[in-house]
Design a protein around this ligand. Sequence first.
Ligand code: MN
Ligand code: MN
Length: 467
Amino acid sequence: MSDKKTDAKELAKKLFYKPVNAGEELGKKELKKADGFCEGYMDFLQTAKTEREVVEYTVEAAKKAGFVPFESDKNYAPGDKVYYVNREKAVILAVIGKKSLREGVRIAAAHIDSPRLDLKPNPMYEEGEIAYFKTHYYGGIKKYQWPTVPLSLHGVIVKSDGSKVTVNIGEDKDDPKFIITDLLPHLAGEQMKRTPGQLIRGEELNVIIGSRPFKDDAESDRVKLNIMNILFEKYGIVEKDFICAELSLVPAFPVSDIGFDRSLIGGYGHDDRVCAYPELMAALDCEPEYTAVAILADKEEVGSDGNTGLNSSYLKYFIEDLAHMEGLPGRDVLRKSTCLSADVNAAFDPTFPEVTEKRNCAQINKGVVITKYTGARGKSGTSDASAEYMGKIRRLLDKEEIIWQTGELGKVDAGGGGTVAMYIANLDVDVVDLGVPVLSMHAPYEVVSKTDVYMAYRAFLAFFNEK
Ligand code: MN
Ligand code: MN
C-alpha cells in the first residue's frame, strides 16, 4: 500500500508540471542576492519615470560600463560595446559577440513608457480662481484611479529660440506636487450612478497647479497669471511655449517595500521598467558569443506607432548597419536572430480570480513568465511563438536553473492586450514574451515580487550569454 503511494508521488513529480515558488525554492544566499539586485531597481524606478529619463539613466550607466556612441560606418570587434539613442526617447545597446553576424544576434526588447497623463498642447486655464492644467491620458488607464493621487511633472519645453528646458517637479521631498480632485461622497450620488468607465471622464482629469492670485488691479485670470509669472521667472517660458512641449504628470508616491516580509515592491510604472532594468543590467554584465542587442523602446503603451516605437524601422536599420560591417544584408542577420520581448504579464490576483484561468496564469514569486502569445479573441493581434523556439528558451532557462512559469493574459475572451513581440517577429525574428508578473497593472501604484525581478535579470543574462 504505502509503496504504491510513494510510487505515485514520485511519478507525479516526474510527470506533472508544477511551477515552484521562488521564496521556497531559493536558498538564503540567492534570496539575499535577489533583494540586493532589487535595491538598484528601486533606485532606478524612483529616478527614471519617463522614457526620456530612462534613456538618460541608461546612457550614463552604459558609458560607465565602457559603451561608446554607435557609428554606423565603423567596424567593431568582439567585446566592443555601443549605444544608439533614438530622439532621446528610445535607446539600443549592443555588445559585439565573438560569432559572425551571419549567425544572428540576440535581441531583448523592453519598453520604457508607462501610462500617465500628458498635458494638452494648450493646457493652462483658470476656473473658480483656481489654476489648472488640462490633460490627455496616455495609455490604458482606469481614469477613476488618478484623482486624489499626488502627481509630479516631467518633460521638456522647447522655447521660441529653440532652446530646451527640462522639467522635473514633485519628486524631491520639498517639491510641490499636483493633484486632480474628486467629489466628496456626500455629493457624489449622481456621479456614482455613472458607468464605471465614466466615473471620472477624460475631460475631468484636470490638475490643480495653483490658487493664489497675482496682486494687481482688474486683470482677469489673475491666478493663472501668477502661475505663468512663476514659470516665466523659473524657466523663461510663456504660455505659447506649451505647444512645443512634452510634459507628463506621473504619480509621485515613493517606491517602497510592500509587506511585513518586504517581499514585494510598490511603485509607479513597473510596466515595463521592471523588465527594462534587468535587461539593461544584463546588457552591461554580459559577455556574449552572439552579438547582444538590448532595446529600450518608447510608445508601447499606445500601440508602438511613431518613430520611437518598435513599429518604426530604427531597430531594423540598426541591425542593417551592424550587418554592413560584415558586408551582409540586414535580412540575413534578422532571419537567424532570436528575441525576448521583455514585457510584464498580469499576475493572478486572488481578490479577482474570475478574470484568469488558474492553470494558465502567472503568479507572483513563481519566476519570470513566458507568454507564448498575447492578443485577444481568437489569438488576433499577436505573434504566437513556435514550439521549437519555446523549446529553445525552456532549455536555456532550465539549464541555468532560472525559475520560470507560463501564463496567458487572462481568460479566453476576458479581454486581451499585446506587446512589442509581433513587431519584432514581423522582421523575421523568432520572438517570445518573457517578463515579470505584475499586480494592479497600469494603476498609479503597481506591485511586483523581488524574486521575479531577479529571475528576469538572470534570464536576460543567460539569453545574452547563450553559447
Ligand atoms: Mn508593458
Ligand atoms: Mn502596459
